[in-house]
Design a binder for this molecule. Sequence first.
Ligand SMILES: [Zn+2]
Length: 87
Amino acid sequence: MGAGGGTTVMTVRGSAESVEARLAAGRLRSPCCSAALARWGWARRRVVAVPAGPEEFCPRRGKCRHCGKRMCCCLRFCGSDAGMARW
Ligand SMILES: [Zn+2]
């Protein structure tokens, strides 16, 4: 397993379903070029701490359609930074 070099972690609001829908619609923008993100598989399942306790999820990966840079879409739970996982 590599260290994930070159992958940018971006924080997105909303549920996993909401992220998926926005990704599919090309409405998530890359932080590098503000271009639409293309779907690019899934990151490994991991556990994040949320106010309600640990929760498992698979972060979505996206790729910038402009420069091809890969992103890992980190969910921001409950609109708070308190539950942010370290990547
Ligand atoms: Zn880009």
